[in-house]
Design a protein around this ligand. Structure first.
Ligand code: BG6
Length: 534
C-alpha cells in the first residue's frame, strides 16, 4: 500500500485484514479531525462515541484534536458537555472514565460556520492552525462530512478554496527530502448520489478538489467485524474456496431485515426507499465480498478491483422478467414485538399517498465464470419480524443419495454467515441419528463470536475512523464501485418510474411484522427454493 505521497506508509502493512489485537502496529500519526455537521445525530450517536472508545483502547495517538463544525453558535465548553452526554449514552466503552474524559475533552473544540461561506472556511483554517500549533500537531487532517448530502459538494469546494485539502503529489513522484507532507483526507457519508447520474456528478465535483487517494466514502457495513470476516473466512481457509462456485453452489441468499420502521426519518426515507437506503450500498457491498475472486494482495486497490468486477458483472434485470425478479412493497399497519404499529403512509413526514418501497426482494445473476447460472436472492425491508442480516450459501444436493427413504430428511448443506446480531457462522450438515437404524437428520456446526472470543466486536465506525487515520482505504468504497452499483440499481429505479403499456410496476403491501408480501415468497418458490428462516 502506498500513502498519498506515493511512498510506503510509516506503519508496517500486514497481509491479513484481521489486524485487531495488534494495537501497537496501528497507532496513527498525530492529527486533527474536523467534523462537519457536528450538531447532527451521527456525530452524537456514532462519531464522538467511536473516537472516545478508540482513545480508551489506546488506539488513537496521544496528540489528537477534534473540531466540531456546524451552524449553531455553541461554545467549546457547551459542545464538550453535549459530547460527554452523547458518549455516556452511546460509547461502547462505558461508563466514561472521568480522568480519561477530561484529557479527551481538552482536545475537543467547536467552530461555528456556514457550509457555503468561504469566510467560514478561512476562519476554520485559522483556528485549525492555532490548535495544531498549541498541541504540537504536524498538520495531518481528516475532514468528516456528516452533513446533509446536498452540502457534500459545496463543503469540498470550500475546503479546496481555503487550501485546506491539497492533493498529494502524483504517484511515483520522488520522495520529498523532509519526509511526506502532512495528509488531508476526506470522509464522505452516505448517500453518495441518488442514482447513477447524481453519483457521477458528485464524483466529478469531488475529483475537482481531491485525489481519489484522499477520499474515504464510508459504508458502515464494511466496518462490521463479520463483514470483514467474510474475507478471512474465504481466503484464510483452504477448504471453502474450491466449493465456492457454480459447480457446488445452488444459490445464495442475502437478507437485511429490520424490525424498526422509519423512526423519525420519514422525510429522508420517503425520497430514498429501501433499494437506495440498504441495497445499493450495504447489501451490494456484502455481495461483492461474498462473490469476488481472491485478490492478489490485501492492498486497498487489489481488493477493490475484485469487488468492482462483481458489481460490473451484475446482469441487468430484463424487462420481460422484471416482475419475476423484482418485488417491491410497503408496510401497512401491523404489530411489532406485541405492539400495534402504524402503516408506512401514516408515519411522520411521509406522504399519505407515498409509493416509496419499504421492502424489496430481488433475484439477480452475476455474469462471471465462477457464478454463471447461480441465482442470488436478496431481500431487505423495514418492519419485518426481526432485525437480522445474514448471508447463506446453499450448496447443491449430494450427487447420489444412498439412503432411500431413510435419507428423506437429508437437506442440502447450507453455510449461514450471520452478520448481526449473534454474529457467527453455521454449517448445516446431515448426520446419523443415534440408534440402530440408519436415520438421518440435519444438524448445525456453529461458531459464535460471543462465545468463542468472549469480546464484544468494536463498532463499525471505530474501525473505519481508525483505518482512515492510518491511510488504509480498503474498507471504503471507490468511485468506480459506487458508480457500478448505481448503474445496476438505477435501471430498476427507472423501471419503477416508467409507465408501460401494462401500467406502472405494482407496489405490493405487507402488514408490519411479516416477512414481506406473498409475491416475495413466489419470487423464490417459483424456482423450487425457499427463503431461509434466519
Ligand atoms: C443505514 C440506513 O445506512 O443503515 C438505515 O440509512 C438502516 O435506514 C441502517 O436502518 C442499518 O444499519 P445497521 O448497522 O443497524 O444494520
Amino acid at each position: 500500500m502506498l500513502d498519498e505521497s506515493g511512498a510506503p506508509p510509516a506503519s508496517p502493512v500486514l497481509p491479513n485484514p484481521l489486524r485487531e489485537g495488534l494495537a501497537e502496529e496501528r497507532i496513527p500519526e498525530p492529527a486533527a479531525m474536523v467534523i462537519f455537521g457536528a450538531s447532527g445525530d451521527l456525530a452524537h450517536r456514532k462519531l464522538l462515541p467511536a473516537l472516545y472508545s478508540l482513545t480508551r483502547d489506546r488506539l488513537l495517538p496521544s496528540r489528537f484534536a477534534i473540531i466540531g463544525f456546524a451552524r449553531r453558535p455553541v461554545s467549546d465548553d457547551q459542545f464538550r458537555d453535549e459530547m460527554r452526554a452523547a458518549c455516556n449514552e452511546h460509547a461502547r466503552r462505558r461508563p466514561l472514565d472521568p480522568e480519561l474524559w477530561a484529557a479527551f475533552a481538552r482536545n475537543i473544540f467547536y467552530q461555528q460556520g456556514e457550509y457555503e461561506d468561504p469566510g467560514s472556511f478561512l476562519s476554520l483554517k485559522q483556528r485549525l492552525v492555532e490548535i495544531e500549533r498549541a498541541l504540537g500537531l504536524p498538520g495531518n487532517r481528516v475532514f468528516y462530512l456528516a452533513t446533509p448530502p446536498s452540502s457534500f459538494a459545496s463543503v469540498i469546494r470550500s475546503l479546496g478554496q481555503a487550501e485546506l485539502a491539497p492533493k498529494p503529489p502524483p504517484l511515483g513522484s520522488p520522495k520529498p527530502a523532509g519526509g511526506p507532507p502532512p495528509f488531508a483526507r476526506v470522509i464522505i457519508e452516505k448517500p453518495f448520489g441518488t442514482d447513477l447520474d447524481t453519483a457521477r456528478a458528485l464524483n466529478r465535483d469531488v475529483h475537482e478538489t481531491l485525489d481519489e487517494r484522499q477520499i474515504y466514502r464510508i459504508d458502515h457495513y464494511l466496518g462490521k467485524e463479520t463483514v470483514q470476516n467474510l474475507l478471512v473466512f474465504r481466503f484464510a481457509n483452504g477448504i471453502f474456496e474450491p466449493l465456492w462456485n457454480n459447480r457446488f453452489v445452488d444459490h445464495i441468499q442475502i437478507t437485511g431485515a429490520e424490525s424498526l420502521g422509519v423512526e423519525g426519518r420519514g422525510g429522508y426515507f420517503d425520497h430514498a426507499g429501501i433499494l437506495r437506503d440498504m441495497v445499493q450500498n450495504h447489501l451490494l457491498q456484502v455481495l461483492s465480498l461474498v462473490a469476488m475472486e481472491p485478490p492478489v494482495t490485501f492492498e486497498a486497490d487489489a481488493v477493490r478491483d475484485e469487488k468492482l468486477k462483481v458489481l460490473k458483472a451484475l446482469r441487468h434485470v430484463p424487462s420481460s422478467d422484471f416482475d419475476k425478479q423484482v418485488v417491491r412493497a410497503q408496510y401497512t399497519a401491523g404489530s411489532n414485538a406485541g405492539q400495534t404499529v402504524r402503516g408506512y403512509r401514516e408515519e411522520r413526514d411521509v406522504s399519505p399517498t407515498s409509493t416509496t418501497e419499504t421492502f424489496v426482494a430481488l433475484k439477480l445473476y452475476i455474469d462471471s465464470w465462477r457464478w454463471a447460472g447461480v441465482p442470488v436472492y436478496l431481500r431487505s425491508g423495514k418492519r419485518l419480524p426481526k432485525r437480522v442480516t445474514e448471508v447463506s450459501v446453499h450448496f447443491k444436493e449430494a450427487p447420489h443419495l444412498l439412503f432411500g427413504r431413510r435419507g428423506e430428511n437429508i437437506r442440502p448443506n447450507v453455510l449461514a454467515i450471520r452478520i448481526q446480531p449473534d454474529e457467527g457462522i453455521a454449517l448445516n450438515i446431515g448426520s446419523k441419528l443415534p440408534g440402530p437404524a440408519m436415520e438421518i437428520a440435519p444438524v448445525s456446526m456453529e461458531f459464535r463470536y460471543g462465545t468463542s472470543f468472549g469480546v464484544e466486536p468494536p463498532e463499525a465506525y471505530e474501525r473505519l475512523l481508525l483505518d482512515c487515520l492510518l491511510g488504509d482505504n480498503t474498507l471504503f468504497t471507490r468511485a468506480d464501485e459506487v458508480e457500478a452499483s448505481w448503474a445496476w440499481v438505477t435501471r430498476i429505479l427507472r423501471r419503477w418510474g416508467e409507465e408501460t403499456p401494462e401500467g406502472q410496476v405494482s407496489l405490493a403491501t405487507y402488514p408490519a411484522g411479516t416477512w414481506g408480501p406473498p409475491a416475495a415468497e413466489r419470487l423464490i418458490t417459483a424456482d423450487g427454493r425457499a427463503w431461509r428462516l434466519p
